[in-house]
Design a protein around this ligand. Structure first.
Ligand code: MN
Length: 368
């Protein structure tokens, strides 16, 4: 029996229509995945990640990394064949909480923090463009915090056949408190506030609920997901994957939803298609913008990507001199889907950001 206790909470927030975060809390395994992709495909990607881990992780030390690599391939393969799921992906921050040590496997910009003896430290690095620009001294941490493209990822599950994982193993101590969260938490609350809540709420349930509520109250610009894991005051006894399983039904995003629900998914896709048709019919198409690809170059389009009865719903507005092949795969895929913009100027800003990414992209990230 494990003595580890936990609390978990998730919220769609005030701006997004659906919650594309998924989580799993099935001690000793805890996972947060924050999906991305048009037409609600991010929701699909984060669920695949969580479901795959729920099914495949066992006690072996390398089991977590293996399962994450499998999830990556499943999302990647599905994104190539399923309509509307092209370019989908997800972050993933997973923790195996052993009795005296813990393992964290991480890709993307969800985070893990350790609160120990009154000090909070971050255990993960964000795999974002702005985090790299900060590391290279090109922008300040403060600029990064407020950068309009701060959530652009350099690494995610599902964007290529293989994925680089960060694996972090550390010895745990009695009373350690670990926080896993999606960017919807730290994007709304600064780390001082997060620590204040963790310090003032003794129960992991209350701590996770209050962090989630405060992020929503602060604006709720994104989906918020939080898991708080507490080690006991004394030595921890051995843990087992089935311990605490009764708690799993406590949350809508838990393992209870792990079984694939294909009929529901089909209905959801149909609903999205109908919604898309209504939106296309209703909206002034000319007021819509996206950045995509034409003749191998990054190009601004006016209208909506796609066609109806053979008629293109968009036209080239402005071409750029940036070749698509200069960009990392992740952005090539996103250009294929089309990167939405709010205006012509917003689209130009996206092109400028892409140029900066191309200019600073590490060569290892660029594949033919
Ligand atoms: Mn997010």
């Amino acid at each position: 029996m494990t003595d580890i206790r936990f609390g978990a909470a998730t919220d769609t927030g005030r701006v997004r229509k659906i919650n594309e975060d998924s989580m799993l809390h099935s001690p000793p395994l805890f996972v947060i995945a924050d999906g991305m992709g048009g037409h609600s495909a991010g929701d699909v990607a984060s669920k695949i990640a969580v479901d795959t881990l729920a099914e495949q992780v066992d006690d072996a030390t390398d089991s977590l990394s293996k399962a994450v690599r499998t999830a990556n391939r499943v999302i990647f393969e599905q994104s190539k064949i399923k309509p509307g799921q092209s370019g989908m992906g997800t972050t993933l921050t997973a923790m195996m909480a052993g009795p005296t040590s813990a393992q964290i496997v991480h890709v993307g910009d969800s985070r893990a923090y350790l609160l120990r003896a009154g000090t909070m430290t971050r255990l993960t690095q964000d795999h974002t463009v702005v985090a790299r620009l900060v590391a290279q001294g090109k922008i300040s941490p403060d600029e990064a915090d407020h950068h309009p493209r701060r959530s652009w990822l350099e690494r995610a599950l599902g964007n290529a056949q293989e994925v680089d994982l960060d694996v972090h193993i550390f010895d745990t101590e009695p009373k350690d408190r670990i926080l896993l969260c999606s960017d919807g938490l730290y994007g709304m609350l600064d780390e001082v506030t997060i620590q204040q809540v963790l310090d003032s709420e003794a129960e992991p349930d209350a701590a996770s609920r209050r962090l989630c509520d405060e992020a929503v109250a602060a604006g709720g610009h994104d989906n918020v997901t939080v898991i708080v894991i507490d080690y006991p005051p004394g030595p921890t006894s051995s843990t087992g994957p089935t311990d605490n399983s009764s708690k799993m039904s406590a949350s809508p995003a838990s393992k209870a939803l792990a079984k694939p629900k294909r009929p529901l998914r089909t209905v959801a896709i149909a609903a999205v298609l109908v919604l898309a048709a209504i939106l296309v019919a209703r909206s002034a198409i000319k007021s819509q913008w996206y950045v995509g690809e034409a003749a191998g170059k990054v190009t601004i389009f006016n209208g909506v990507k796609g066609s109806v009865a053979g008629f293109d719903l968009s036209e080239v507005f402005e071409s750029s001199d940036l070749l698509v092949t200069e960009l990392p795969n992740l952005y090539r895929d996103r250009l294929k889907v089309g990167m939405d913009a709010e205006s012509a100027d917003d689209a130009r800003q996206t092109v400028a950001d892409l140029k900066r990414i191309a200019a600073t992209a590490p060569t290892t990230g660029v594949q033919p």
